[in-house]
Design a protein around this ligand. Structure first.
Ligand code: FAQ
Length: 327
């Protein structure tokens, strides 16, 4: 559904960039037209989309690991079934996104190689450990909540296949967010020990979730061009603020305390103002030194190696079918 053929070869006149084409392309973007795989696009637009979509795909796939860790230990059958479905959804999101990147001419093998070799980034948030069951609640509530805030505007992104993939992803993320919040609600209204688990999870996930939106606007190197091309509809700081404004009242409803002594409502603007985000920690996580970076990459490499026979069998089967059809 999301993948369409890319019928542009080297030497095709459509790959030749010139100012006139670039101006026509920008006019289409300004007129809110969707760009489709076979349309002419500047090489830099293609590159930035492949970068963002592939990082997004890798995030979904690596993002299965922290929660996958709790499938065998979910407290009830209902919780286990919901968590299993959620983790499978994340895998599906990764697949839609790799398919969307393929429409830009980037093969899945090439993109997965970039992840496994450490060349490609994935979201910083998935380098934190899930220490207790409450972390599963906090991930659904906060991590999926942040993901939705960032991804709803991507449903209106200028590149058709990415925008369309995001519609279904957002619907599923919405279920994920609710299941997480419901876990938090159960814990927060439970025994003192359960409430303490919920508070501890909020304490550990709050700041890393604010970092998910990326560096502050003045340090965001890609924002200007991505905004011009309507890949980004809101800046990193705008989305972060929307998330804080939506989430603080939810924490209050749970009876939990947001771990930020500087958090206060500005009655004039209606926004919740927050304290200094620990950006040094963000830089460390991006540099590969977060609490779980090495474990996450080791797990992905092992999964890739363990799955080699499946890829070989699928390729052999496709070859056999091709020969049969040709005969
Ligand atoms: N982690 O110039 P900007 C999910 C990098 S999905 C790591 O501001 P941009 C679902 C950035 O790539 C979560 N790296 O970049 C789920 C760039 O590096 P580069 C993923 C980060 O692209 C839930 C550099 O910093 N979502 O959670 C991060 O304009 C539960 C400079 O930054 C997406 O990928 C970070 N947090 O804006 C799954 C959404 N932030 O490429 C399982 C799509 C920034 O030059 C369980 N992506 N960087 O080497 C986006 O919207 C954008 O790419 C941003 C960054 C907003 C993430």
């Amino acid at each position: 559904m999301y993948t369409q053929a890319l019928n542009v070869s080297d030497g095709d006149e459509r790959t030749i960039e010139d100012a006139e084409r670039a101006a026509r392309f920008q006019a289409r973007i300004d007129a809110e037209e969707r760009i489709e795989p076979n349309d002419w696009m500047p090489a830099a637009y293609r590159k930035t989309l492949v970068r963002q979509i592939s990082q997004h795909a890798h995030s979904e796939v690596v993002g299965m690991l922290p929660e996958g860790n709790w499938i065998t230990r979910a407290p009830t059958l209902r919780r286990k079934a919901a968590l299993l479905a959620k983790v499978q959804d994340e895998c599906g999101h990764g697949l839609y996104l790799y398919a969307a990147a393929e429409t830009l001419g980037a093969s899945r093998e090439e993109l997965v190689d970039q992840l496994l070799s450490g060349k490609a980034k994935y979201s910083s948030i998935f380098n934190y450990p899930t220490l207790t069951w409450a972390d599963i609640g906090a991930i659904g509530w906060l991590v999926d909540g942040a993901a939705i805030m960032n991804q709803i505007p991507l449903c209106r992104c200028s590149y058709g296949p990415y925008a369309r993939a995001m519609i279904r992803v957002c619907k599923e993320e919405s279920f994920h967010q609710r299941q997480g919040y419901e876990i938090m609600l159960t814990l927060a209204k439970g025994s003192a020990e359960q409430k303490a688990l919920a508070q501890d999870a909020l304490n550990r996930w709050w700041w890393p979730c604010l970092m998910m939106f990326g560096p502050p606007d003045q340090a965001s190197q890609h924002s200007d061009t991505s905004t011009k091309w309507k890949i980004k509809r809101f800046s990193n700081d705008e989305l972060r603020q929307k998330f804080v404004d939506a989430t603080v009242p939810q924490a209050h409803y749970l009876g939990l305390t947001v771990p930020d002594p500087d958090l206060k409502k500005n009655d004039a603007t209606g926004h919740w103002e927050y304290g200094e985000i620990p950006w040094d920690e963000f830089k460390q996580v991006l540099a590969g030194n977060g609490p779980c970076n090495r474990d996450r990459m080791a797990a992905r490499r092992k999964a890739h190696d363990d799955g080699a026979w499946v890829r070989e069998a699928a390729a052999a089967y496709a070859e056999k079918r091709k020969k049969k059809l040709a005969a």
